[in-house]
Design a protein around this ligand. Structure first.
Ligand code: ADP
Length: 591
């Protein structure tokens, strides 16, 4: 039989075994719980890290949207990334606008310790990178983020020496992509060797895309602002007034550019505020014309164009050239004039001045001609008397007085003859316009041949050879054309040298005119006199050398100009001269 103690002892043993099993089970649970807790901790930290990244992404997105420039958005982003990652250096490279194959360092930096990284900053800012070169170049080439755990072990890191000197070790960067194009690269540096953090790189890719949109938007805004500024500058610098207004005497003025103030003395605000101001300032005498043109342009459905006078604020008169297009599909629904006002007062004044001068010239020409007519009549009469009496004196007393008296009489006869010639030349010059005949179809060859006939005496005397090519029919005053040829051929004979004069008259077409030429082999003319010889009384020789009054070529010029042409000379001293003149091929050119 077993004692109860023994039974009891046996039950304790079981209890102990049970307890120790329980404890073991509990211990294993505790280990698992502890492990669970630490796993939970890791997960929690991981979650926190991810939350931090998401938060970073959000901050960047919100703030980037609020910044006014792309530069400010980039600066804000690198500051936040450095704050979140604890990396001490952040920097931006931008793609070169000119050279698409290059990255240029921007001046956008995050430097935890500016003094420490000063040399690195300077070297970086001096170093443009080719696409593919260095960390930023690689990122720009691939369009993807990149990570360098240890700069020392990376063969493609161009600024390695200075970076290592400063204790820079790890680096990563990512691109800013705008429409799949890398517009910038953000790079970050750490003082420790850092293993790649895929999570960070993924988040940064997203930040890069966000920033890309911002950069694109800001650039578009900047371009718009620049275009607007350019446009405003253009409008403000233009020496004219631009406007948008409703048509009619009381039409609203929606816009007028600032030059209205300098043009008429009213500010743009005054102008726009009072729809009647414009018409009130139109000169009363011109109002009818302006309204009629407005109406006509509306009916035609075409541009409005009118020149009229306006009264400036100070009462002065300003001539305006107003040109406007009628825009019928304006947003407001009612047609609008988009126009420009030019101040043409100066032009008008110049035109009036010109008209006045022309009138004055006409008057003085008429006076000169009248004088010449009178001179021809009034002077010729007494001169004829003086000349004939002196000639009488010469006939009767030659050889009867002393030799000196004979000489004096000779001088007097010569002087009187020259004066007669001068007066005759002057008279014929002044009659070129007043007695000129209408321009009719004339055979130039006939005119030329009659000129040669008139010169028969001197042709024979000089044994000149005059050849005339085929000459055209032209609209001319036949008598004047003959005189023109006569003067030119006469000169060609007169200004000969020891050679036998060879004169050649020809004509050739040139566009819508004929060029006539009279060529000789005479003494020629120095180039400095080419212009002068066509002026009245301009001669290059004394009367003893060659006779003449110096009017012949002035007559030629006047005849040619009356026929709507030009005259000039080409010559080589000692070899000969060619006088050329043009006559238009068309009718009705008389001047
Ligand atoms: P004039 O023959 O009465 O002197 P012109 O007006 O006909 O006056 O000519 C002006 C000057 O031009 C002449 O004095 C002469 O010096 C020069 N000249 C004109 N024709 C010729 C020519 N064919 N060859 C050389 N010189 C010429």
């Amino acid at each position: 039989m077993t004692s109860p103690d023994l039974v009891l002892v046996g039950s304790y043993d079981y209890l102990l075994v049970g307890l120790s099993v329980l404890i073991a089970i509990l211990a294993s649970y505790a280990i698992r719980i502890r492990r669970g807790i630490s796993e939970l901790e890791v997960a929690k930290r991981e979650l926190q890290r991810k939350a931090t990244f998401v938060e970073l992404l959000q901050i960047v997105a919100v703030a980037a949207n609020e910044t006014t420039s792309a530069e400010a958005a980039l600066k804000f982003t690198i500051d936040r990334i450095c704050e979140h990652t604890g990396w001490p250096v952040g920097h931006v490279y931008s793609s070169s606008q000119e050279k698409k194959t290059e990255l240029i360092s921007s001046k956008i930096w995050h430097l935890e310790n500016a003094a420490q990284f000063e040399t690195f900053r300077q070297v970086t800012e001096r170093t443009p990178l080719a696409i593919g070169a260095g960390l930023p170049g690689r990122i720009a080439e691939s369009g993807k983020p990149a990570w360098i755990p240890d700069i020392n072990r990376d063969p493609n890191f161009l600024r390695r020496k200075v970076a290592l000197d400063l204790g820079v070790k790890g680096a990563f960067g990512f691109p800013v992509l705008a429409q799949a194009e890398v517009v910038a690269v953000l790079e970050f540096f750490s003082s420790n060797i850092q293993e790649p953090d895929q999570e960070l790189l993924t988040v940064m890719s997203n930040v890069g895309a966000q920033l890309g949109q911002v950069v694109e938007r800001r650039r578009a805004e900047e371009a718009l602002r620049e275009a607007e500024a350019r446009h405003r500058l253009l409008v403000e610098q233009l020496p004219a007034v631009l406007y948008v207004a409703e048509p009619g005497a009381e039409g609203e003025w929606l816009y007028v550019s600032p030059q209205i103030e300098s043009m008429l003395g009213f500010s743009p605000a005054e102008w726009v505020a009072d729809p009647r101001l414009w018409f009130r300032q139109v000169h009363p005498e011109d109002r009818g014309v302006v309204l009629a043109e407005e109406k006509a342009s509306q009916e035609r459905g075409e541009a409005f164009h009118c020149e009229y006078r306006m009264l400036a604020r100070d009462g002065s008169i300003v001539w305006i050239n107003d040109a406007a297009a009628l825009v019928t599909d304006a947003p407001s629904g009612c047609p609008l004039l988009h126009g420009v006002l030019f101040d043409i007062s100066e032009r008008k004044r110049a035109k009036q001045e010109l008209a006045r001068k022309v009138e004055e010239l006409g008057r003085s020409n008429a006076e000169v001609e009248q004088f010449a007519r009178m001179a021809s009549h009034d002077l010729q009469e007494p001169l004829r008397m003086v000349a004939s009496y002196i000639q009488l004196l010469a006939q009767r007393y030659k050889g009867k007085l002393d030799a000196e008296a004979d000489e004096f009489i000779g001088f007097a006869v010569d002087g009187a003859c020259r004066m007669q010639q001068l007066i005759q030349d002057l008279v014929s010059y002044s009659r070129l316009t007043t007695r000129g005949k209408a321009l009719n179809l004339t055979r130039a060859e006939v005119a030329c041949n009659s000129a040669i006939e008139n010169l028969q005496e001197s042709v024979e005397e000089s044994n000149a050879q005059v050849s005339v090519g085929t000459l055209p029919e032209v609209f001319a005053d036949a008598r004047q054309l003959t005189q023109l040829f006569q003067n030119l051929i006469g000169n060609a004979i007169k200004f000969r040298n020891e050679r036998r004069p060879e004169i050649c008259v020809a004509a050739r077409p040139n566009g819508n005119e004929w060029i006539f030429s009279v060529q000789d082999n005479g003494i020629g003319i120095e180039p400095q006199y080419f212009e002068r010889i066509f002026q009245m009384f301009q001669r290059l020789h004394t009367r003893q050398e060659y006779s003449g009054t110096g009017i012949g070529l002035a007559v030629c010029r006047k005849i040619v100009e009356r026929h709507g042409g030009r005259i000039w000379v080409e010559s080589q001293p000692g070899k000969g001269s060619t006088f050329l003149f043009t006559i238009p091929q068309t009718e009705g050119v008389e001047k």
